[in-house]
Design a protein. Structure first.
Length: 403
C-alpha cells in the first residue's frame, strides 16, 4: 500500500537533468521532504528513485516522456501535451484533500493539467512560475496581443491563477502581471528568489587566467548564458561595434540558444577585433570564467519585465562582479542592481546607452571592482538555505490551513 504524501511536485525537469530548473527543483523538493513525505513525478529519464528508508528524501517516480529536439516545435508541442496528460493521471491517482500539489510553468501545458487534477481531488495547489505565457511570447515578438492563441492562453490563465492556493514568483515584477487577471488574490503570490549556484566570494581579476590572458585590453566585458527569445544579445554586439576603436576594452561573448546563433552570424559578417566568441565552459570552470571579466552585461528585450528569469544575475554576484543590465527599471534584475548599487541600468535594446555605461565602467576600473565587492556581499541574500526555507514555510502553512 502506497504511503500518502504530504507534498507532490510534478515536473518535466529534475536531476540528473543538468538544467538550472532541475537543480533548483531538486533542492526545493529535498527541503520540503524534511517536513513531510514528498513525491516527485518527474519527466526526466533516469530520475526514478524510491524513498530512502528512514530518510527525509522525496520519492522520485519517473513518468514516461518523449523529448524531441528543441528546433522541432510541432513535435515538442505534441510531446509536452502527452506529458501533461500522463502527469494529470499520475497526480489524480495520488492527490488527496489537504495534500499540496505543485507544478512549474515548463512546459506551458503542464500547470493546467496538474492543477485540474489536484482540484478534482480537493488537494491544495501551488505553481512556481519560471516563464509567464503568453506574456513572454508577446514580448519576444512570437505572438500578437490580439491573436487567438494569446486570448485563449489568457482565458486559461484566468482560471489557473484563480484556482491556485499559492503562486511562487522569482521576481517582484511578476506580481503586477498576475494581478491584472480578474480575481487573483495578492496574498496568494509569494516572492522567493532563486539563489547562487556558485560559492560566494569576491574574486580579483587575474590577468594570468586562461580566459583573460589572450586579450591585451585592460577591461573585459562578458556576456554568457542561455540567450533566449526574451534576451537581446545583438545589443551587446552593436555596442561592441560602436566601441571597436577603443582598444582598452574587449568583449567576450558565450552562450547558447537562438541569440547565440545570431551572435555567430553577426561576428562572421563583421569580424570585430574587439569581440571573442567562446563556447559554453564546463560547470567546473564556470566560476573562473565569470571572474575573468571586469563586468557582465545582461541584455533584455523591451517590455519583458515579469516574463524573463534573472537567474544568471546571482552567479555574477557570487563571484563579485558589477553588472550592466539592459532592462526596464521595474524588472527584477533592474530592482536588484539599483537597490544594491552593483552596476548600471540602461534602456533595453539601446546599444549607444550600453556602450556609454561600459565606457563609464572602464574609465574607473577600481570603482567598478568596488561595485563587484558590493555584489558579492549582496549575493549572501540569495542563498539556497534562505529560499528553500521560504518554500518549506509556505507549503507547511498550506498544509495546516483550512482553505
Amino acid at each position: 500500500m502506497e504511503k500518502t504524501p504530504g507534498f507532490i511536485l510534478a515536473t518535466e525537469f529534475y536531476p540528473p537533468d543538468s538544467s538550472t530548473t532541475a537543480t533548483y527543483l531538486g533542492a526545493i523538493a529535498n527541503a520540503i521532504a524534511l517536513d513531510m513525505p514528498a513525491v516527485v513525478l518527474s519527466g526526466t529519464p533516469g530520475s526514478a528513485r524510491p524513498v530512502a528508508t528512514g530518510g527525509n528524501t522525496p520519492e522520485i517516480i519517473e513518468i514516461a516522456n518523449w523529448r524531441p529536439p528543441k528546433h522541432a516545435l510541432a513535435q515538442r508541442l505534441i510531446a509536452s501535451t502527452a506529458l501533461a496528460i500522463r502527469l494529470f493521471w499520475a497526480v489524480y491517482r495520488r492527490a488527496r484533500p489537504g495534500i499540496v500539489v505543485m507544478s512549474v510553468t515548463s512546459p506551458f501545458t503542464l500547470p493546467y493539467a496538474v492543477t485540474l487534477a489536484a482540484r478534482l481531488r480537493r488537494a491544495k495547489t501551488a505553481l512556481l512560475i519560471y516563464d509567464l505565457y503568453p506574456e513572454a511570447l508577446v514580448a519576444a515578438g512570437i505572438a500578437r496581443q490580439s491573436s487567438l492563441a494569446t486570448r485563449f492562453l489568457r482565458l486559461a490563465n484566468g482560471w489557473l491563477f484563480r484556482s491556485l492556493d499559492a503562486i511562487f514568483v522569482i521576481g517582484r515584477d511578476v506580481a503586477p502581471l498576475l494581478l491584472s487577471y480578474p480575481r487573483v488574490r495578492a496574498d496568494s503570490i509569494h516572492f522567493v528568489p532563486n539563489w547562487t549556484l556558485l560559492p560566494i566570494g569576491f574574486r580579483a581579476p587575474d590577468d594570468s587566467s586562461s580566459f583573460r590572458k589572450p586579450y591585451s585590453a585592460k577591461f573585459v566585458v562578458g556576456l554568457c548564458g542561455n540567450l533566449g527569445f526574451t534576451h537581446a544579445p545583438r545589443t551587446v554586439f552593436e555596442a561592441a561595434r560602436l566601441m571597436r576603436h577603443e582598444t582598452n576594452i574587449h568583449f567576450v561573448l558565450s552562450g547558447w540558444g537562438v541569440g547565440w546563433t545570431e551572435l555567430k552570424t553577426l561576428q562572421a559578417a563583421e569580424n570585430l577585433d574587439n569581440v571573442t566568441l567562446l563556447d559554453p565552459v564546463p560547470e567546473n570552470r564556470l566560476a573562473e570564467f565569470l571572474a575573468a571579466a571586469d563586468a557582465w552585461a545582461i541584455p533584455y528585450r523591451r517590455d519583458v519585465a515579469g516574463v524573463s528569469i534573472p537567474s544568471r544575475l546571482y552567479n555574477f554576484l557570487a563571484v563579485g562582479r558589477a553588472v550592466i543590465v539592459g532592462t526596464e527599471p521595474n524588472a527584477e534584475a533592474g530592482l536588484a542592481v539599483a537597490e544594491e548599487d552593483i552596476g548600471w541600468i540602461v534602456p533595453p535594446e539601446n546599444p549607444a546607452r550600453l556602450a556609454q555605461a561600459i565606457s563609464e565602467a572602464a574609465s574607473d576600473r577600481q570603482a567598478t571592482l568596488e561595485r563587484g565587492r558590493l555584489a558579492a556581499v549582496a549575493a549572501l541574500k540569495y542563498s539556497e538555505q534562505a529560499s528553500t526555507k521560504r518554500y518549506r514555510d509556505i507549503v507547511k502553512s498550506l498544509r495546516e490551513s483550512d482553505r
